[in-house]
Design a protein around this ligand. Sequence first.
Ligand code: SAM
Length: 236
Amino acid sequence: PLSNRLKLIADYLPQGANFADIGSDHAYLPAYVCLRDKTARAIAGEVNQGPLESAKKTIQLHQLKERIDVRLGDGLAVLKEGEAQQIVIAGMGGSLITSILEKNPVIAKSAGRIIAQPNVDARAVRQWLNQNDFILIAEEIVDEQGHIYEILVADRNTGVSSPYNDNQQIKDKQLLLGPYLLNEKNNAFIKKWTLEEANLKRIISQMQQAKQLNHEKISAFQTELHWIKEELHHEE
Ligand code: SAM
C-alpha cells in the first residue's frame, strides 16, 4: 500500500499526466499513478544504481515498461527541455531539492507544475519557486507515523495570483511557515512548529553561551521564534 504522503502527491497530478519523478527510488509513485490512470506516462529518474534497480523491479512487476521510462542520472539532467509537464521531487531535504532545481533551471522552468516534498527546510524550496516564476498554488502538511511532511505545489503561467504578502516581513514569515499552511494551522502544523519552537529556544540559548557571539544569526533565529510564537500562542 502506498504511503499517504505519496497518495497526496499523486492527487496533484492531472489526469493524463506526463511527469518526471526525480529521485524515484522504488518508482512507487509513477507505478501508482500509471496503474490508476491508463493515460498517464512517467519518467523515473535516479542518481544511484541500487534504487534504479528497485525502480526497474517495480515497473516489471506491474508491466509498466511502455509507460514508465527509468533513467540513471543526476537530478533534472535525465530530462530534455519540455519533456515532462510535471516534475515531482519528493523525500529529500529542501536544500537538495533546491540544488537539483538550480542546477538545471531551464529544464525546471519548462514544466508547468513542480510538486516538491521536502523533508526539512521547505523554506529553501518556497524561495526558489518564488524567485523562478512558479506560483505556489497549494500546500499540504501531513503527520505520518510520527514524521511530518510538507508538500508544495507550484504552477507556471496560470494567471493565479501569488499567495505572498507585499510586505516583506510578512512574506518572510510566510516563506518559513507556508502561506497556505499558516491559514489552515492543522494538527500537523501545530505539532511541527511546537517541536521547532523548543529546538529554536535551545539553539538560541546555546548560541548565547558561545564565546564568539554570532549576533546576526542569533537575531535571525529570534525573529523566527517570534513568528512561531505568534502563530502558536496568539490566536487572532
Ligand atoms: N521520491 C521517493 C519518495 O518520496 O518516497 C524516494 C525518496 S528517497 C528517500 C530519495 C531518493 O533520491 C534516493 O533514492 C536517492 O538515490 C535519490 N537522489 C538523491 N539525490 C538525487 C539526485 N541528485 N538525482 C536523482 N536522484 C537523487
